[in-house]
Design a protein around this ligand. Structure first.
Ligand code: KG4
Ligand code: ZN
Length: 335
């Protein structure tokens, strides 16, 4: 029996992972069960929203039971329920939100709403409580590419975002186009390891714009046109060189904008989050560039970069401590 008033359950169902975690205090992760639907969506080369929500329905009870068992606690030991109202896929979000509301209502425990992006930021705090406010946050996932100024818990200012596709979305789409599988980011990263990043020049849209916005859809078109041209000329494509050059075009832009923001706002720390920040090359490039300006880079362990319940529980813990709780009127939002 645990005598602690700080046990938070984190529920994440915004996309294609059904995940529930139990966190004790700020750092003690008792369980983090991720029931991935990757294999199902892989067949289609991307996420099918209707299938995703049905799968969440099938998996949520089992995932919850497993999370409690592994944490070795009872449901009644939980002191707060953190759920994600958005952004994400409506049907998927509804499953997690309704499930969380039902538990909170039955247990008479606080319901905490965690924005999915906020969750990605707080994935950093599970293993590191030395990150000082304010910080710049670079969130790069399948759905978002965002630069934020974080003043404190609940105090976020978006300073830049993508004007079209998210970086992860472009990685996934090009991977599908090249028949490299889903998710695209890890597949492209693996192939890029033995490629030459300077072998093909791909554009870096908005690189020199005087803001912190991104644009990746032109890059996607450039890669597709490159492949079409090579095929028309019956020239062989070196897939490793292609992946390395394409990946570098994304990394260059992310690195340039994030470091520029940290310098402009005079904030010497950048906190990474989202699936794409699991990319080792991106991390290395950022670390190298940041060290020139005395900027610190923080990132979560790789398994906590992609969607998971632990990051929701962690943000939930901090919000609960700050008294930021929700009523049962909390509704889903997609964007
Ligand atoms: O954060 P996440 O799990 O889901 C969203 O909130 O969208 O991010 C998924 C994205 C996918 O686009 C996937 O291709 C990308 O993260 N990703 C990576 C890596 N691992 C996952 N991109 C680049 N390198 C990786 N190692
Ligand atoms: Zn995510």
């Amino acid at each position: 029996m645990i005598n602690n008033t700080n046990i938070v359950m984190g529920i994440e169902t915004s996309c294609d992972e059904t995940s529930i975690a139990i966190l004790e205090g700020e750092n003690k992760l008792l369980s983090n069960i991720i029931s991935s639907q990757m294999e199902i969506h892989e067949k289609y080369g991307g996420i099918v929203p209707e299938i995703a929500s049905r799968k969440h329905m099938e998996l949520i009870m089992i995932t919850c039971k497993e999370a409690l068992e592994q944490a070795n606690i009872n449901l009644t030991d939980v002191n707060g329920i953190a759920v994600v109202p958005g952004p994400g896929l409506k049907g998927s979000l509804l499953v997690g939100l309704s499930f969380g509301k039902a538990i909170a209502y039955a247990l008479k425990k606080p319901l905490i709403g965690v924005n999915h992006i906020e969750g990605h930021i707080f994935a950093n705090f599970i293993n590191n409580n030395k990150i000082e406010y304010p910080f710049i946050s670079l969130i790069v996932s399948g759905g978002h590419t965002l630069l934020m100024l974080v003043d404190n818990i609940g105090k976020y200012r978006i300073i830049g975002s993508t004007r079209d596709d998210a970086a992860g979305e472009v990685l996934d789409k090009i991977s599908k186009y090249l028949n490299l599988g889903y998710p695209g980011g890890p597949a492209i990263e693996r192939l890029a390891e033995t490629g030459r990043e300077s072998s093909i020049y791909f554009p870096r849209p908005l690189f020199y714009s005087n803001d912190y916005d991104f644009s990746f859809s032109g890059l996607k078109t450039a890669v597709i046109n490159f492949v079409i041209n090579k095929n028309m000329l019956r020239e062989k494509i070196d897939i490793n060189n292609l992946c390395a050059s394409f990946q570098m075009a994304i990394i260059d832009t992310l690195k340039h904008k994030a470091i520029s923001a940290a310098r402009k706002f005079n904030i010497p720390r950048i906190v990474l989050g989202g699936g794409v920040t699991a990319n080792q090359k991106l991390r290395n490039e950022l670390l190298k560039e940041a060290s020139k300006y005395g900027i610190e880079i923080f990132y979560p362990p790789k398994n906590l970069c992609t969607d998971n319940g632990a990051m929701i529980a962690c943000a939930g813990y901090h919000k609960l401590k700050a008294g930021l709780i929700e009523t049962f009127d909390l509704e889903v939002f997609t964007k």
